[in-house]
Design a protein around this ligand. Structure first.
Ligand code: ADP
Ligand code: MG
Length: 728
């Protein structure tokens, strides 16, 4: 085994960058060439079909079967022109990643041959035999049918010679079995609610879109080293490994120069992303060694999320061309930073107003304050839910574990905004003067042009205001952003509706809109102050303070999921039409089940490695020492011999202690797993995995990492952190 390790290290370090062929054309010529975008639609669809389709997309209207047939025909012609012979519905089941089932464009022609055909029926709806996707008991196998249905708001694209059609995935009885369905529902609810409030300021507004700009962090590891680490291969993270003497303490990796092999990979990835219409823009090194980030220009949330999922598959594929493996896991290595996926989120109207941007006029500023207050209120009220929405077995290593950030949702506003809110709070609504029709003269006028300085950053906050958007930083790097975006958009939509009801009521009673809305916003700001925290979110004091403020401070992932079944959240999801109670319950079953399964796999891999790799290596080293002691005693007699052998004797004992602890730890872990598996329901089982098995794994790891420091480097069977983490 040690041979494998050294061969892997040699292979990894001797590699040269893979040459990337730059497209001959400029980026604007090949950007989106693999997407059935408006330009292609215009080219391949009859005029009338094009007009219907664009109208349906822009104005959220249904599409008739005739139009769908015509679209399917055009899409097929485009695909065939691109040399593509297969198509698939592309959907987001409740597992990680995406699912596909490929079919060829062929039908019998009735004369014993086949023709290339793709009908509207096949475009619009399919029935994947999908009984083995997680569904939390919604679909019994006797009614195993699930439907995938075309999402016209996200364009079809070509991936690996297959036409991919973004779809939702629902059960026979209409319940969502995926992430996209509830995301579209949540986006619909925020559109309605935010439009209602935005229209109070500008009656011309027809729609409000939610925007998402994600920042994808990831690690790269050379494929030879990766292959020599069964834990990376099976679980995506290292289950053992002592910290490297040098890691991120010199802070020399962040924004440092990008290694040439990695740069070639990034360039290749960007070209592929651009072909698929993913507006990849920023790339840089991250804090930890071998950690990098890619961020695109923000887009409408549903599209942005499809693009993120697509990018994650693309990364995996492109990385292989460069002899890398990409690690999307939130915590692949202990002791250094983990990976997140900051979700930059904002709302904007179809008239071009960004609703979280302060404006130039008092009215624009009032609108800003109104939207800010509503977001604060929603995040405050649903902080436990928001936390649950980003939690899973892998992100649990990043949040609330031994290393910060903590598992507490709070909101960072920055000094300028904090001051402003204080002023509003101390300025009772009664003092607000209204003069003229639309002119608002309040003390806010002292700062007629609000420009919020977005250099005022706090990197420890899980949810930060950054000048014109919120940055939801707690989202994990493997996550489907939809989960966070569903909870956030639905919660804010519900809050905005509540706000609109109250303001409308007051206006009906004769109060001026300006004073009614400012006064309601002020109440929200005051009542949700507990969520506002600009201090160090990583500190222990904050944990205590947050608990005092009544924020959710739970650190156990399986218990966090309970938030989805809390009455106020069930009601919120019902009112916004995002989830029924049945869906929420079923999805939680899936969450608990996935949690247990992931820990179960990790625990098995750890057990195998401990017994089959680590113990034998330590035993070999112990035998060397024993042999040495034996020879020393032969050569030097009496006290002298004992003195010389003492060190080795000490080592032999220490090795024995660690090995004994590992063996008994593994036995205990197996027993605890059996106990967990006997639990009567998924929730209890997940709690056992969290409470019993995770600490046991930590304990075993501790002893293995100690052995790594003692055992002869030549014998150690697994690539070490210092080898895995530094690409030359
Ligand atoms: P930083 O690391 O400093 O937060 P980055 O440039 O890495 O900044 O990422 C910023 C992300 O925020 C990008 O994905 C960008 O598209 C996105 N973004 C910028 N403005 C908005 C906005 N108004 N709404 C949503 N996302 C935005
Ligand atoms: Mg950021």
């Amino acid at each position: 085994m040690s041979d494998l390790r050294f061969r892997s290290v040699e292979e990894a370090t001797s590699r040269k960058p893979v040459k990337v062929e730059l497209p001959e054309e400029r980026v604007d010529r090949y950007y989106g060439c693999k997407v059935f975008n408006r330009k292609k639609m215009f080219e391949y669809l009859p005029r009338e079909t094009y007009a219907h389709l664009v109208d349906a997309i822009d104005n959220h209207k249904p599409l008739s079967r005739e139009v769908a047939d015509s679209v399917a025909e055009g899409m097929k012609r485009w695909a065939l022109d691109c040399g593509v012979r297969h198509y698939t519905h592309w959907f987001h089941p409740l597992t990680d990643g995406t699912a596909e089932k490929h079919d060829a464009f062929i039908e019998h022609d009735g004369k014993g041959g086949v023709i290339e055909k793709f009908s509207g029926k096949l475009l619009v709806q399919q029935e994947p035999d999908a009984s083995s996707f997680p569904n939390g008991g919604i679909r019994n196998t006797f009614e195993a049918r699930g439907y995938s249905a075309w999402d016209i708001s996200s364009p079809a694209f070509i991936l690996d010679n297959t036409l991919c059609i973004p779809t939702i995935f629902i059960s026979y009885t209409g319940e969502s079995l995926d992430y996209k369905t509830p995301l579209l529902r949540a986006l619909n609810s925020i559109d309605k609610a935010a439009t209602r409030v935005a229209r109070m300021f500008n009656p011309e507004v027809n729609h409000v879109s939610s925007f998402l700009g994600w920042e994808q962090e990831y690690f790269l590891v050379d494929e030879a080293l990766y292959a020599a680490r069964p834990d990376l291969v099976m679980t995506g993270r290292t289950l053992m490994g002592h910290e490297s003497a040098k890691n991120q303490q010199l802070e020399d990796h962040y924004f440092g120069s990008i290694p040439r092999r990695v740069e070639a990979f990034m360039l290749d990835l960007e070209i592929e992303s651009h072909k698929l219409g993913i507006p990849a823009k920023t790339r840089h090194n991250e804090v930890a060694p071998n950690q990098f980030e890619l961020a695109p220009i923000y887009e409408e949330t549903n599209l942005a999320n499809d693009h993120n999922l697509l990018l994650m598959s693309l990364m995996t594929e492109v990385a292989r061309r460069h002899n890398f493996r990409v690690l999307l896991h939130e915590k692949p290595f202990a002791g250094i930073n983990g990976s997140g996926k900051h979700n930059n989120w904002s709302l904007g109207t179809d008239k071009g107003d960004m609703l979280f941007s302060p404006g130039k006029t008092p009215m624009e500023n009032l609108r800003f304050i109104v939207f800010l207050a509503n977001v604060m209120a929603a995040v405050h009220k649903h902080n436990a839910l928001l936390k649950a929405s980003i939690m899973n077995a892998t992100n649990a290593h990043r949040l609330g574990a031994n290393e910060a950030p903590p598992a507490i949702i709070s909101m960072f506003l920055g000094s300028q905004l904090s001051e402003l809110l204080e002023r509003i709070e101390n300025d009772p609504a009664g003092e607000i003067l209204i003069s003229g029709k639309n002119k608002l003269e309040l003390n806010l006028n002292q700062i007629p042009q609000l420009t919020i300085d977005n250099t005022d950053r706090n990197r420890t906050s899980p949810f930060a205001f950054t000048g014109n958007r919120f940055e939801y930083r707690a989202v994990g790097s493997t996550a489907n952003c939809a989960s966070a975006m569903i909870a956030l958009n639905a919660a804010v939509a519900d809050q905005l509706n509540n706000f609109a009801d109250k303001v409308e009521e007051r206006v009906k009673k004769g109060e001026a809109f300006e004073s009614a809305s400012l006064s309601e916003a002020r109440t929200l700001l005051i009542n949700s102050k507990a969520i506002h925290f600009d201090g160090n979110g990583y500190s222990d004091e904050w944990k205590k303070e947050a608990e005092k403020r009544g924020l959710d401070v739970k650190t156990s992932a399986p218990e966090m999921f309970d938030a989805y079944n809390m009455p106020e959240n069930v009601e919120m999801f019902r009112r916004t039409g995002v989830f029924s109670k049945k869906e929420l319950e079923a999805r939680n079953e899936v969450k608990w089940e996935m949690y247990s399964k992931k820990i179960q796999i990790e625990s098995r891999v750890l057990g195998d490695l401990a017994i089959n790799h680590i113990i034998p290596a330590a035993t070999r080293y112990q035998a060397l020492l024993l042999d040495n002691v034996f020879k020393i005693r032969q050569l030097f007699e009496g006290e002298k011999g004992e003195r010389i052998a003492a060190q080795d004797m000490n080592g032999i004992e220490k090795l024995a202690d660690h090995m004994a602890a590992i063996k008994s730890g593994v036995e205990k872990m197996v027993e605890l797993r059996h106990r967990a598996n006997r639990m009567p329901n998924e929730r209890e089982k997940a709690i056992r995995y969290h409470d019993d098995i995770c600490p046991c794994m930590e304990e075993i790891r501790h002893h293995i990492d100690e052995l790594e420091l003692m055992v002869d480097n030549e014998i150690w069977p697994l690539p070490k952190y210092r080898e895995l983490l530094f690409i030359r």
